[in-house]
Design a protein around this ligand. Structure first.
Ligand code: ACO
Length: 444
C-alpha cells in the first residue's frame, strides 16, 4: 500500500489560510499535494510537482480551446455571463453607451481611467491628426482584385503598417507604444474605408478631420460629389454606440491571438493583424450576416412558427441567439435594440425588423429557448443597423474590427507590461509514434 505524504509549498502564492488550498491525492503514488488557490484558480505549473518518478515530466492539464484556463490577469473588462453584465474598467456598458463616445471608451480601456477634459481633447486631437495613411498604402490596396474580401484587404494593410513604421518594434519605448496606439486607432477606419471603395471601384476618400471619428468613417465610405459630407447625427450616434459595444470583450479568440502573437515581442501592428485574422473567421465575427440571411429566408412574420419548429427539431439554429459566456440577455443586444428604431427613422423602415422583433418575442416565450438559456446576442440586431446604413454584408466584420482595435491594443499593452507573461507556448499530448528510421525513397 502506498504511503501518504503531504507536500507543502512555501513562498509566493502560498495559501493565506488552510481553506485556500486544493488537496490532491495522486492515487498512483498515494502522495497528497496542497496546491495554493488564488483568485479562484490553481497555477497549472503547480501540477508539475506531481510525479510518479524523479524523471517524470510531471502532471499537465489538458484544455483544448482554453475552456477552463485563465491565460492572464487582466483589469480591463469584466463579463458576468449569468447576470448578463459587461463592464469596462469597472463601468457598466450601459452607462458608457449612454454618456460616452467611442474615443473616450478607447482611452478608458487603455489608461484605466476616464480622461479629464484636457486629456480627452489631446487624445482626440492626436488620433484625428493620424487618420491619414501613407500614399503607398493606396497603391498597395489597388493591387487587390476588384472583388477581394475587405477583411482580407484590412488584414494585409494593417500588417503592412509595420513596414511603414519600423520603429514600432521598440515595444518597450513608451513614445513608440503611444504612437502605435494612436496610429492603429486612427488609421483602422481609413484602411477599412479604402477596402470598401476598392470593392465598389470608387475613388478613395481622404479623412475629413473636421468630422468626429464615426462621422469621418461614414464620409470616407459614402462621400461622392458633394464638397463636404454631412453625416446624419442619428446615424453617427448609432455607429458610435456600435463602436463602444464592440470595443472589447475580454479574452475572446482575436484578443487571445493578439496576446499570443504579441508575446513574441513582435511590433503591435503585426500583433493586431493577427487579431484581424482571427476575427475574419465565421465563428467569431460573422454571425450578424447569418442573421440577415435567416430573416430574409423567413420572409414574413406568419412563417415564424414554422421556422421555430424547424429550429426545435434541430434542422438549423436560430442565428443571433445563444452565447458561450452569456446565459442571459446579452447586454449589448439590449442596447443595440434601442438604437435600431432611431436608425430606421433616419433611413426608412426595414421589413426585416418586424420579423426580428416577432421572432425574438416568440422565442423568449418558448420553453425550448428559455430552458437552454438562449437569449439574443449582440449579433441579433447589429446586422439590421449595418444594413440600414447601406453597408454591404462583406463589410460587417470589418466594422467590428475598427472598434475592437482599442480592445486589442489595450490588451497588448497590458500583456507587454505584465512581468508574469512570457512567450506563449502551450504544451501538447504527443499522439504520434517513433522513434523509427528514415526510409530511403527507393525502399518506400
Ligand atoms: N438555436 C437553437 N438552439 C441552440 C442555439 C441556437 N442559436 N444555440 C444553442 N442551442 C442549443 C444547442 O442545440 C444545445 O441544445 P441541446 O442541449 O439540446 O443539445 C444547447 O442550446 C447548448 O448549445 P451549445 O452549442 O452547447 O452552446 P455553445 O455555448 O457551445 O454555443 C453559440 C454558443 C456558438 C453562440 C451558439 O449559441 C450558436 O451557435 N448561436 C448561433 C450563432 C450566433 O448567434 N453566434 C454569435 C455569438 S456572439 C459573437 O460571437 C459576437
Amino acid at each position: 500500500m502506498a504511503t501518504e505524504q503531504t507536500v507543502n509549498r512555501d513562498g509566493v502564492g502560498s495559501p493565506k489560510d488552510a481553506r485556500d488550498v486544493l488537496s490532491v491525492t495522486d492515487e498512483r503514488t498515494g502522495e497528497t499535494y496542497e496546491l495554493p488557490i488564488t483568485d479562484g484558480t490553481i497555477r497549472a505549473s503547480e501540477l508539475r510537482q506531481i510525479k510518479v518518478s524523479d524523471d517524470d515530466f510531471g502532471l499537465m492539464s489538458y484544455d483544448p480551446a482554453f475552456l477552463n484556463t485563465a491565460s492572464c490577469r487582466s483589469a480591463i473588462t469584466w463579463i458576468d455571463g449569468d447576470k448578463g453584465e459587461l463592464w469596462h474598467r469597472g463601468i457598466p456598458i450601459e452607462q458608457l453607451c449612454e454618456h460616452s463616445t467611442y474615443l473616450e471608451v478607447a482611452y478608458l480601456l487603455i489608461y484605466g481611467e476616464l480622461p479629464t477634459e484636457d486629456q480627452l481633447a489631446q487624445w482626440v486631437h492626436d488620433i484625428t491628426i493620424h487618420t491619414f495613411v501613407h500614399e503607398n498604402i493606396k497603391k498597395f490596396v489597388e493591387g487587390f482584385r476588384y472583388d477581394a474580401h475587405p477583411m482580407g484587404m484590412l488584414l494585409a494593410s494593417v500588417g503592412a503598417l509595420s513596414t511603414f513604421y519600423p520603429e514600432a518594434k521598440h515595444i518597450m519605448d513608451p513614445e513608440e507604444r503611444y504612437l502605435a496606439t494612436i496610429r492603429l486607432i486612427a488609421k483602422m477606419p481609413t484602411l477599412a474605408a479604402f477596402a470598401y471603395r476598392h470593392n465598389r471601384g470608387l475613388p478613395y476618400v481622404y479623412p475629413d478631420n473636421d468630422l468626429r471619428y464615426p462621422g469621418n468613417f461614414l464620409s470616407m465610405l459614402f462621400k461622392m460629389t458633394e464638397l463636404k459630407y454631412e453625416p446624419d447625427p442619428r446615424l453617427e450616434k448609432a455607429l458610435d454606440v456600435l463602436f463602444i459595444l464592440h470595443a472589447d470583450h475580454e479574452q475572446n479568440c482575436s484578443t487571445n491571438a493578439v496576446r499570443a502573437v504579441g508575446s513574441s515581442q513582435v511590433d503591435p501592428y503585426s500583433a493586431v493583424a493577427a487579431g484581424v485574422a482571427a476575427l475574419y473567421g465565421p465563428l467569431h465575427g460573422g454571425a450578424n450576416e447569418a442573421v440577415l440571411r435567416m430573416l430574409a429566408r423567413i420572409g414574413s412574420t406568419d412563417k415564424i412558427p414554422e421556422f421555430l419548429e424547424g429550429v426545435k427539431r434541430g434542422d438549423e439554429r436560430l442565428m443571433g441567439f445563444g452565447h458561450r459566456v452569456y446565459k442571459n440577455y446579452d447586454p449589448r443586444a439590449r442596447i443595440i435594440k434601442k438604437h435600431v428604431d432611431e436608425v430606421l427613422e433616419a433611413t426608412g423602415m426595414n421589413p426585416a425588423l418586424d420579423i426580428a422583433v416577432e421572432l425574438e418575442k416568440r422565442a423568449l416565450d418558448d420553453d425550448y429557448f428559455t430552458s437552454r438559456k438562449l437569449y439574443p446576442n449582440v449579433d441579433f440586431y447589429s446586422g439590421l443597423i449595418y444594413q440600414a446604413l447601406q453597408i454591404p454584408t462583406d463589410m460587417f466584420t470589418v466594422i467590428f474590427a475598427i472598434p475592437r482595435t482599442a480592445g486589442w491594443v489595450s490588451q497588448w499593452l497590458e500583456m507587454v507590461d505584465d512581468s508574469e507573461q512570457k512567450i506563449a507556448r502551450p504544451r501538447q499530448i504527443y499522439t504520434g509514434g517513433g522513434p523509427r528510421d528514415y526510409v530511403p525513397m527507393e525502399r518506400r
